[in-house]
Every structure is written in structure tokens, then in C-alpha cells.
Design a protein around this ligand. Structure first.
Ligand SMILES: Nc1ncnc2c1ncn2[C@@H]1O[C@H](COP(=O)(O)OP(=O)(O)OP(=O)(O)O)[C@@H](O)[C@H]1O
Length: 553
């Protein structure tokens, strides 16, 4: 409960009070409308000619009818405004946190699961106020006003009403929470797994269709859908009886009112129109309180969503901004000094006592066996991780002392898995430089050997490259990623195996484009093809733990 309450804080106390008062006003207007209508019908039947009796009742019916609509409208405005504010706050806080976690702290989180947390769990939580807290607060206020009115009109009816309202407003929700919690949690978990499995299946669809994985995947999906269906049925099995009990309690209230107020009418102590007014008014007030049963049946699913989002919030970034950041130095020499590093949970070092210097304007190629830690080296430069020993510095300032945005502005990076976004060629390139003109983009693509792609793609620069660049070859994706990094024109260029998917001619062409276009930049490149490099490159061998100048082959 307290876990959910924090999701409604921050929406503004005035808005919350306003929405609860307006909601209570709406319910009381409904109660008043039904009570006045009952009284009017009775009055009209018993004293059809008495304007003194009928006129105030007719006015009341009109007043309650009109005010109910106006109050409902105002309540919806305020409560939805509050809900969307809360939703916006939760969503932006989650996305802000994700940005701090990416990429290193998110390595162990499944993409689809992440998507489910950001989308469905956050969406689910918009119901915390609207479906849970607002109806509960409105029901509590309505119950108090109902009890006060009942006590005024027919005191003997008050304890019975209090008992019935307690069952409807306390016992019924408590039972619904217990009964529906497992179904809600299962539903939430199955929905998240379905999201994750769908995304992964879409990614690996060709593999699933051609390899033997299809039957297992289909079975997994069928199992998830059955679980979801069963959970939905179980939740309905709770909400349906809760609604029946709500109606039965309302009916009991009505009967009690007829019996007890009826005694007063029979004894001549109570005016006749009050009998129908009390009975119908009581029935209407149960509408608000009785709905809490089905409202609280959603508690389990809401709590599961809150827990999953809390789990994401509990992840800590691998690196933080310093308390007091140093100014970015003018000298941008990148140094690895006695650097050791092991990934969390691993007992072996990926890098040990690594020393390497990249001076401004220098070109350094890092070579070494697969798994030697070459990409890790670039990740340390970008400060996705901090070294376990030694230090990485820019111009003698430890990277840990620099603001992350300042530090990362010094680098342009083309990762090993070229990131190509579902969009156009232009859109992908402009991520490197928003101001770049079409002529520059065309020249760059031509230099990178992508002129044929530009000509082939319908729309040229406006050509759609497919989801994650699916319409491009691996070599084209790699060159597009390098092109974007070149456009960024940051002082230090980090390239991770940019030629891995290229034939020797295209690989040489890419390297000479890098050499020409990045003539004023330092370049640190990971490669398995040192034989393609010209004499301006210094080649460093990463042999497991130690770096050394490599013999040029
Ligand atoms: N996020 C991670 N968590 C745990 N271990 C990791 C992580 N990333 C990489 N590793 C491990 O660290 C080691 C070095 O990985 P890295 O990607 O730096 O190697 P590499 O030299 O670039 O290899 P390749 O030439 O195959 O690309 C590998 O054994 C890898 O399994």
C-alpha cells in the first residue's frame, strides 16, 4: 500500500483534494437526485395538487441532475489532469534513470522486459490514483455523509447502514485484494514475459524459422497466452461476485430503510415522501462504496507493476558524475595508466596493468586475440565502466573527475555492433551532425563506398534502411556507423573493428576516408586486420593483459 502511495505523491495536494471533493460531490448529487425523485413521485401520488410540496422537490431534481453532470465533468478534468501529471512524472523519472544506467548497467536486463517496464508497468500505474485511491477516498467521504444523513432522518437505521457500509467498503475490498492478488501478479509477469519474448522472437525470427526453434517458441507463446487468459478469468471470478455482493448489500440497505423508515411513516412521525427518498438515496450511496471491491481487485497487478518498476529504479549506474567536476583540459591526450579491469561477478581480469597513450592527432590501432579486452578498452575510455586499478585520463585529469557529458563530447564512437536506427539514411547520419547538408552527406557516403547504396535505395538519402538497418548489409551498416562518427567531428575517434565485414578493397577505402577526414583528430581503432594499415598508424598488441608495440607485418 505504502509502495503504491508514493506513486500518487507529486501530483499536487490541491488537485487531489479538489478531485476527491468533486468526486464526492458527484456521488452525493446522484444520491440527492434519486432521493428527490423518489420523494417527488411519492409526493405527486399522495398530494398531486400541493405546489408547496412538489415545487421544492421538482427544483431539487433539476438542481441535482444538472449539478451531477457539471460536477462529474469537473471531477474528470481534475482527476485526469492529476493522473497524467503523475504518469508523466513516473515516465520521465524512469527514462532519466534508464539514461544513467545505459549502457553498462543494463547489460543483464532483457530489452523486451525493459520495454514492458517502461510501457505497460508505467501505464498500469496510471490506475493507482484513478482506480484505487480516488474511489477509496470518495467512498470514505460519501459513507460519512450518508451515515450523518441517515442518523438525522432515521437514527435506528444508522447502525445497520454503518454495518453494511463497513462490509462493502472494508471487508469486500480486503477479500478482493487477497483473492485477486495471485492472478494480478501472474498477469503482470506473463504480460512482461510476453513482451520480452515477442521482441526476442522478432529479432531472431529468421533463426527461429530456419533452425529448429520454432515449435518451442510457439509452445512458449501458447503457454503465456493461456496463463494470461487464466489470470484474467481468475480476476473476473473475483470482481463478478464482488459486484453481486455490492448489489446485495445495496438491496439490504434498501429493505432496512423501507422497514425502519416505514415504521416512522406508519406511526405518523415521518412524512411519507421521506420513505422513498431514504430507500433510494441509500441504494445510490452503495454504488460508490460497493465498487471498492472490484477496484481493489486490481491491487495485486498494480503492486506487481510497482515492484517491477522499483526493481529497475534499484539498479545503480556503473559510473556517476563527480561531486565537483574538473574543467575539460585543453590537452586531450588519452592515457591508460596501469589499468586493470574485471567485469562484475567475474573472478578473472579482462585487463591487467595496461598502459597506453593516445596523443592528439595520433592514430593507434589495437590488435589482439578475440576476448583480449579491446572493446573493453574503448568502453573504459567512454567511461561506461571505471577501471578496477590504475586510471584513465584526459590531459592528466582522471576521467572520474570530469562531467560525463563533457567527457563523452570528446569522443565519436563507431561500436563493434553498428547501431543503425529504423529510419532514413539521412536520419541516421544527422545523428552525427544535425547541421550537415545533403551535399556533405552524399560526398561522405561516396567516400565510404556507399554511393551504390545511395543510388539503389528508393528515395536516396530519404531511403528507409529498415528496422535496425535490416535492408543494409553488415558492411553497409558498419560504414554508415563510421560515417556518423566522422560527422560528429569530436577530437577523439573510437572505431571498433570498422572493417570487419568489408572486402580488402572496401576496407582500404574506408581506412583512407578515415585518415583523410579525421586528419585533425586522434583515432583509436580496434582491428583484426593490421596488414591494411598505412605507416601513420601505431599498432599496439593487446595480449591478454599487457600492451606492447606490435611488429608491423
Ligand atoms: N558486459 C560484460 N560483462 C561480462 N563480461 C564481459 C562483458 N563484455 C565483455 N565481457 C567479456 O570480457 C572479455 C573481453 O571482451 P571484449 O569485447 O573487450 O573483447 P575483444 O578483445 O573486443 O574481443 P573481439 O575481438 O572478439 O571483439 C570477453 O571474455 C568477454 O566475454
Amino acid at each position: 500500500m505504502s509502495g503504491l502511495w508514493r506513486f500518487v505523491q507529486g501530483g499536487g495536494r490541491a488537485r487531489m483534494v479538489g478531485s476527491v471533493l468533486l468526486g464526492t460531490g458527484t456521488v452525493l448529487a446522484s444520491v440527492g437526485l434519486l432521493a428527490a425523485s423518489g420523494a417527488l413521485i411519492t409526493g405527486a401520488a399522495l398530494q398531486p395538487d400541493s405546489l408547496l410540496v412538489l415545487l421544492p422537490l421538482i427544483t431539487s431534481v433539476r438542481l441535482f441532475g444538472l449539478s451531477r453532470a457539471a460536477l462529474r465533468y469537473a471531477e474528470r478534468l481534475v482527476s485526469h489532469d492529476l493522473t497524467f501529471r503523475l504518469l508523466g512524472q513516473v515516465r520521465s523519472a524512469t527514462l532519466r534513470h534508464l539514461t544513467q544506467l545505459a549502457p553498462a548497467a543494463l547489460v543483464g536486463v532483457r530489452g523486451g522486459d525493459l520495454l514492458a517496464r517502461v510501457r505497460s508497468d508505467v501505464d498500469e500505474l496510471q490506475g493507482v490514483y484513478l482506480r484505487l485511491f480516488a474511489p477509496t477516498l470518495v467512498a470514505a467521504l460519501t459513507a460519512l455523509v450518508t451515515l450523518a444523513l441517515v442518523w438525522l432522518v432515521a437514527p435506528p437505521l444508522a447502525p445497520i447502514t454503518a454495518g453494511l457500509l463497513t462490509v462493502a467498503g472494508v471487508v469486500l475490498p480486503a477479500v478482493a485484494v487477497r483473492a485477486a492478488a495471485p492472478a494480478g501478479q501472474t498477469q503482470n509477469a506473463a504480460r512482461a514475459e510476453l513482451g520480452a519474448a515477442t521482441l526476442e522472437a522478432l529479432h531472431g525470427l529468421p533463426d527461429l524459422l530456419t533452425g529448429g526453434g520454432r515449435p518451442a517458441a510457439e509452445q512458449h507463446f501458447a503457454g503465456l497466452l493461456t496463463t494470461l487468459e487464466k489470470a484474467e478469468i481468475r480476476r473476473t471470478q473475483v470482481t463478478a461476485p464482488a459486484n453481486v455482493v455490492r448489489d446485495a448489500l445495496g438491496g439490504l440497505g434498501l429493505l432496512a430503510a423501507l422497514a425502519l423508515v416505514g415504521q416512522g411513516v406508519a406511526a405518523g412521525r415521518t412524512p411519507e415522501p421521506l420513505l422513498a427518498a431514504a430507500a433510494l438515496g441509500l441504494l445510490a450511496s452503495f454504488e460508490a462504496v460497493g465498487n471498492l471491491g472490484s477496484a481493489w481487485a486490481a491491487h495485486g497487478a498494480l503492486q506487481a507493476a510497482a515492484r517491477r518498476l522499483g526493481g529497475l529504479r534499484a539498479l545503480s549506474p556503473t559510473v556517476q558524475d563527480p561531486q565537483a567536476a574538473a574543467a575539460l583540459p585543453l590537452d586531450l591526450t588519452l592515457r591508460f595508466e596501469g589499468v586493470g579491469f574485471e567485469y562484475p561477478g567475474q573472478d578473472r581480469s579482462t585487463l591487467r596493468n595496461l598502459t597506453l597513450t593516445l596523443r592528439p592527432g595520433e592514430r593507434v590501432a589495437v590488435v589482439g586475440p578475440s576476448g583480449a579486452g579491446k572493446s573493453t578498452l574503448l568502453a573504459l575510455a567512454l567511461r561506461f565502466w571505471d577501471p578496477s586499478n590504475g586510471r584513465v585520463s584526459l590531459g592528466n585529469v582522471d576521467l572520474r573527475g570530469l562531467q560525463l557529458t563533457d567527457l563523452r563530447a570528446c569522443f565519436a564512437w563507431a561500436p563493434q555492433q553498428a547501431e543503425v536506427f529504423g529510419g532514413t539514411l539521412r536520419g541516421n547520419l544527422l545523428l552525427g551532425d544535425r547541421e550537415a547538408r545533403d551535399a556533405d552527406l552524399t560526398a561522405l557516403l561516396t567516400d565510404l563506398g556507399l554511393g551504390a547504396l545511395l543510388a539503389r535505395l528508393p528515395g536516396g538519402l530519404d531511403g528507409w534502411v529498415g528496422e535496425f538497418g535490416a535492408q543494409l548489409s553488415a558492411g553497409e551498416r558498419a560504414r554508415l556507423s563510421v560515417g556518423r562518427a566522422l560527422l560528429r567531428a569530436a577530437p577523439i575517434l573510437l572505431l571498433d573493428e570498422p572493417t570487419a565485414h568489408l572486402d580488402p578493397a572496401n576496407a582500404r577505402r574506408l581506412l583512407s576516408t578515415v585518415e583523410e577526414r579525421a586528419c585533425a583528430q586522434s583515432v583509436l581503432m580496434v582491428t583484426h586486420q593490421p596488414e591494411l594499415l598505412g605507416t601513420q598508424w601505431r599498432v599496439v598488441q593487446l595480449t591478454g593483459h599487457l600492451s606492447e608495440e606490435a611488429e608491423r607485418t
